[in-house]
Write a protein that binds this ligand. Structure first.
Ligand SMILES: CC(C)(COP(=O)(O)OP(=O)(O)OC[C@H]1O[C@@H](n2cnc3c(N)ncnc32)[C@H](O)[C@@H]1OP(=O)(O)O)[C@@H](O)C(=O)NCCC(=O)NCCS
Length: 189
């Protein structure tokens, strides 16, 4: 694990990691295995959306983790980005709870690298960004699928309590819920 580097996302890193990142982010279908293994198939399949592409993160505050154990064949490990909370996200939540600051998006560690504190290392970049710019940090967890697909629903039941635990360990406070999302606020160190 010593060969994992966290780097600011650049167009060159997008070129190198585009394909691997697509699979880690979106899986290879909407079957239960893909939803369990990939980072966001359960959300894209549940919401009927398109897959996430690494390229779309350029222009935000974006970072990738890369395994460079074989420098000739670097492997995509994970990614994260943050941007000023878009207004459509703010309006999902009650007026007095609306997030005003940086919002974390596309937080992903490829399945074979999870629970090795790589997510924490990626999130650390967001903590530093929030501290440096003195802007509060938020994230949202999708807590239910928009469609009634039983596989999606089953997967959310597995995923949501796990994410609540992970974010608790990273010092995020659960602020409130709307029907499809829970909002979290970073309490600081
Ligand atoms: C969420 C995610 C990025 C976390 O990355 P990770 O590298 O596995 O997380 P870490 O190893 O840094 O874990 C951080 C803390 O959470 C805990 N944690 C991680 N996964 C956990 C799990 N499945 N159950 C309970 N606790 C867990 C870790 O033990 C660690 O706590 P510690 O510091 O006390 O040891 C990763 O699980 C993932 O990509 N999931 C799929 C995509 C996703 O759900 N993204 C978030 C959308 S809101």
């Amino acid at each position: 694990m010593d060969c994992i580097e966290v780097r600011r996302l650049t167009p060159e890193l997008v070129e190198t990691h585009r394909k691997q990142a697509y699979v880690a982010l979106n899986g290879e279908g909407c079957d239960l295995k893909s939803m369990r293994k990939s980072c966001f198939a359960v959300e894209t399949c549940g919401h009927g959306g398109k897959g996430i592409e690494l390229e779309k993160l350029l222009g935000s505050n974006a970072f990738v983790a890369v395994d460079e154990v074989d420098p000739a064949r670097p492997t995509f490990v994970g990614c994260i980005c943050a941007k000023i909370t878009p207004s459509y996200i703010k309006t999902l939540f009650p007026h007095d709870k609306q997030p005003n600051g940086l919002m974390v998006f596309t937080f992903c560690v490829a399945e074979e690298y999870r629970e090795k504190h790589i997510g924490k290392r990626l999130m650390e970049e967001m903590f530093k960004l929030s501290e440096r710019s003195a802007i509060p940090l938020y994230l949202c967890v999708a807590i239910a699928p928009q469609n009634g697909d039983p596989d999606c629903r089953h997967e959310y039941e597995y995923r949501v309590p796990r994410l609540f635990k992970t974010y608790g360990k990273m010092n995020f406070l659960h602020v409130c819920d709307c029907d499809l999302y829970s909002l979290f606020f970073w309490k600081g160190r």
